[in-house]
Design a protein around this ligand. Structure first.
Ligand code: ARG
Length: 598
């Protein structure tokens, strides 16, 4: 266990230093400089209402206006009729000389506003050209620290698709939080402790095939684990043996710890392969084992504070909090539980990293666990100033079948990824015959990985998600490859034009589809903030798909190469370059890469 502590210690120090530095020096992109904010600010000055008291919205397609503002909230605050307010404010806008607003009309409780397009959009395109891969980022939360707990696979078990969702969602949230100015601590709370290790060690000692173990340790451990449960049905006394082993392990038995640490090492190196494929890295790997000692102290504290009590018949330590089912902190046999260690972890995080928030990207099925844990943390003051949130998500199924270990439908992550890449390859080879074999390899890897990640993130996380290969690799829409393909098309147009430099002096547009595309891009920094606020990466995905649709609409309507007017052509080039940047930045937030061509 000391070994674990030492390894954790270094990473903890490094992370603490980074936080201190980040908080001191974080500059980031100033949100107030974005065109969208300038517009909002100008509107707030005319209306004499703080910009926090209303939101600018993109009206639905059938309403022919540039922006709309819902006045329900504001009217409620002012205790006036929203329709009257809309009329009053529309007059105000129309009468005030200003940079951005052409005209305003009241439509029921909404204020519909038309922009001075030629003034607004050049501002936006310059902004994108200047910020490039930083467009969309902001400094709004620059003084905040967030700990994100995600992935958390269990050692000595294969990395199943179950943990994939946590990994993908947690990583997207880490990117999104960071993009809005947060200092993010990415912690992998490995499942590396618990009674199952008693069982595993028992099985390993008694039945392990050393040759097979050397060859494929994870598979062998899995076989051993299954065998333990089968044997225990016939001979329940081995359950007691296993429990004793785990007890000894918790007490620090050297020889058992050695075996355990072998399992841990093997597993982590397996997991790292997956993380590498996904392009993910963590600050710390503070698994459950790291918190066993602290968990013991917590039990004592809960007893002292009379929050927990000893069951007179079993000797177990239980907690009962109002409105929640009671739960154990210590078992009858004296060992700690998942929740005890999780509580110790939360206490540690609050103390060590001083975050404003801690997020747990863990399946919805653990929602009671988190309710109980957060409630007890509150009672004991372990999360003061640190808002702990459970970011739950639904189950995953493949072609309609729920995945389960028992039924053997638990698809291994490796298999899933391999399958996705193979399918991407098939499609690529049939669609684009000009690609070299090397290009096909490289692109299908990016497209295949992107399909798996994006399929998860484009759906609201609370839903159960399914894998439908056809949809996941559909070039026509609703997939990562649709967005990747859109960027690839833009790249190829730019290449045909010899990668022109765009002079962003006077920008003119002509078509509605151009304005619509530019306006949509203007909203990107807001969307990132919204996705952060709602812990919903899918808002970014939905936005990107709408943006790509607007691009395709525009692209079908105009020929850039055929645009004779020099100024207009350059404006259009700037527009498509910007589109590629925004899609790229959005996909980067989701953890999806883009190939140069498809
Ligand atoms: N290892 C756990 C499991 O597989 C997930 C850990 C989630 N994180 C946490 N702090 N509980 O269920």
């Amino acid at each position: 266990m000391n070994l674990v502590k030492k390894a954790g210690g270094k990473a903890i120090d490094k992370t603490k230093k980074r936080i201190a530095k980040d908080l001191l020096s974080k500059k980031g992109v100033v949100f107030d400089n974005y065109a969208i904010f300038k517009i909002k600010k100008s509107l707030s000055e005319i209306l004499e209402v703080s910009p926090n008291h209303f939101s600018l919205e993109l009206p639905p397609f059938h309403i022919k206006t540039d922006l709309s503002v819902s006045l329900f909230e504001l009217a409620k605050e002012k205790k006036v009729d929203p329709k009257n307010l809309a009329e009053e404010l529309a007059i105000k806008i129309n009468e005030t000389k200003n940079n951005f607003f052409e005209s305003a009309q009241a439509l029921g409780p909404y204020l519909n506003i038309n922009l001075k397009k030629q003034k607004t959009y050049p501002l936006l395109l310059k902004e994108i050209a200047k910020l490039k891969d930083k467009f969309g980022q902001s400094d709004v939360n620059k003084n905040n620290v967030v700990v994100i707990d995600y992935s958390g696979p269990n050692i000595a078990k294969p990395f199943g698709v179950g943990h994939l969702r946590s990994t993908i969602i947690g990583q997207a949230l880490a990117n999104i939080y960071e993009a809005t100015g947060y200092c993010v601590v990415k912690d992998n709370h490995l499942g590396d402790w618990g009674t199952q290790f008693g069982k595993l060690i028992y099985a390993y000692k008694n039945w392990a095939d050393k040759e097979k173990f050397k060859e494929n340790p994870i598979e062998e451990l899995n076989i051993l684990y299954v065998r333990f449960h089968e044997e225990a049905k016939k001979n329940p006394s081995i359950e007691d043996e296993a429990r004793k082993i785990f007890q000894q392990l918790e007490l620090g038995d050297e020889s058992l710890l050695k075996i355990w640490s072998k399992f841990e090492k093997i597993s982590v190196s397996e997991f790292n392969k997956v993380y590498k494929k996904l392009g993910i890295s963590f600050d710390t790997f503070l698994g459950e084992s790291y918190f066993v000692g602290e968990a013991e102290k917590i039990i004592q504290e809960a007893l002292d504070k009379k929050v927990a009590f000893e069951d007179p018949t079993t000797g177990a330590i239980a907690v009962e909090l109002s409105g929640l089912p009671s739960f154990l902190l210590r078992k009858q046999d004296g060992s700690t539980l998942y929740i005890t260690r999780d509580l110790a972890t939360l206490k540690f995080r609050t103390k060590t990293f001083n975050p404003q928030e801690t997020l747990y990207a863990v399946g919805e099925e653990q929602s009671l666990h988190f309710k109980q844990m957060f409630a007890l943390a509150k009672t004991l003051g372990y999360a003061d100033g640190n808002t702990a949130k459970h970011i739950g998500f639904g189950l995953m199924s493949i072609d309609g079948e729920k995945m389960s270990t028992r039924k053997g439908t638990l698809v291994l992550l490796e298999d899933l990824i391999t399958q996705s890449i193979a399918k991407a390859k098939e499609i690529l080879m049939s669609k684009n015959k000009d690609l070299s074999a090397e290009e096909v390899e490289e692109i299908s890897e990016i497209v295949g990985m992107g399909a798996v990640i994006y399929n998860d993130l484009r759906q609201s996380r609370q839903k159960n998600i399914s894998f439908d290969w056809k949809k996941m690799l559909d070039f026509e829409g609703g997939s990562a490859v649709y967005l990747q393909y859109t960027v690839a098309r833009i790249n190829s147009i730019l290449k045909k034009l010899n990668n022109p430099r765009t002079v962003l002096g006077n920008i003119v547009f002509e078509k509605e589809s151009e304005f619509a595309l530019a306006k949509k891009m203007m909203f990107f920094p807001m969307i990132v903030l919204e996705a952060r606020k709602n812990d919903s990466p899918h808002l970014v995905a939905v936005y990107l798909e709408e943006l790509a649709q607007l691009f395709n609409h525009f692209y079908n309507e105009v020929s850039i190469i055929g645009t004779e007017d020099e100024v207009l052509r350059l404006a259009r080039i700037a527009l498509i370059k910007s589109t590629a940047i925004v899609i790229k930045n959005g996909l980067a937030l989701l953890g999806v890469k883009i190939p140069e061509k498809i």
